[in-house]
Design a protein around this ligand. Structure first.
Ligand code: ATP
Length: 265
């Protein structure tokens, strides 16, 4: 499957719980070209996951439209694969069965499944673990399986919600490097949610910083640093400072809002 742009147009999302109305997303307009690696960055509660879920089709916007791969998003689809933080693997299936699952559902023939699974296990250094069950794998290995499972579907778009958030620093860097290699090889469009400024700069072509409630686009930054990126380079650090300031402003708003809510309750 080849990718085409994702167009997010005037997207709003309102959650209603009892009397309360929460505007999670307000007037989001983004055009994401095919093959771009975009990070959504911002503090907790600024609507990153809400926006990602809207693109995935899990929870549609209250108003506005999202077009992906030439069609309006009206629900989940095989053109948009999702990788979650908590791995979402089937515990009763081995690594290779987990990776093959989507292809079995699509009734792909056995030879093609074996070839695809073999290739992906190799690509993600999982070949020696193919007969293991998720419980016998480290967090990093499980996340490799989750990525391989989404890649098996050959979705042109990969949506990733803090996929490396639960991993230790070294495993995280390894998986970031692997993801960049896969992205360069397979030319996927990636939307990647993160809290981590360093992770966003290390990975992304473009960083969309979001505001805290309502979630809007605070800043849309093109990252022009050469790849592979060096976190100790002056340009990397300058961008880190700039983004740090932007995120801190939103964190401050979050904090003030929490104090206000506590006073009301
Ligand atoms: N189903 C829901 N019902 C009510 N409110 C919700 C629902 N889902 C999210 N929210 C609220 O919408 C806002 C945005 O949430 P969202 O999870 O998208 O933020 P986030 O930036 O992804 O945060 P985090 O990094 O903590 O996951 C938050 O205030 C959250 O409490």
């Amino acid at each position: 499957m080849s990718a085409s742009p994702i167009c997010i147009k005037e997207v709003n999302k309102v959650f209603r719980t009892g009397e309360r109305e929460l505007i999670a997303l307000k007037d989001i307009d983004l055009e994401i070209p095919s093959g771009q690696f975009t990070c959504l960055l911002g503090p907790s509660g600024c609507g990153k996951s809400t926006l990602l879920n809207a693109v995935a089709g899990f929870a549609l916007p209250t108003s506005g439209s999202i077009v992906a791969n030439g069609g309006e998003v009206t629900g989940p689809g095989p053109d948009r694969g999702m990788v979650f933080q908590e791995y979402a693997l089937f515990p009763w299936m081995t690594v290779e069965e987990n990776v093959a699952f989507g292809l079995r559902i699509k009734r792909t023939d056995k030879g093609a499944i074996e070839a695809t699974v073999g290739k992906l296990l190799g690509m993600l250094s999982l070949s020696d673990f193919r007969k293991r069950y998720p419980k016998d794998l480290s967090g990093g290995m499980r996340q490799r399986v989750a990525i391989a499972r989404v890649l098996a579907l050959d979705s042109p778009v990969m949506l990733m919600d803090e996929p490396f958030g639960a991993l230790d620093a070294l495993t995280r860097r390894n998986l970031q490097d692997e993801l960049l290699r896969i992205w360069a090889e397979l030319k996927k469009t990636i939307i990647f949610v993160t809290h981590s400024i360093e992770e966003a700069i290390y990975l992304a072509d473009r960083i969309v910083v979001m505001t805290y409630r309502p979630g809007t686009v605070k800043r849309d930054i093109t990252v022009r640093l050469p790849r592979p990126r060096d976190p100790s380079a002056p340009g990397f650090n300058a961008l880190k400072r700039e983004l740090g300031q932007l995120v801190m402003e939103e964190q401050q708003r979050h904090h003030t809002d929490e104090l206000r809510m506590a006073a009301v309750d």
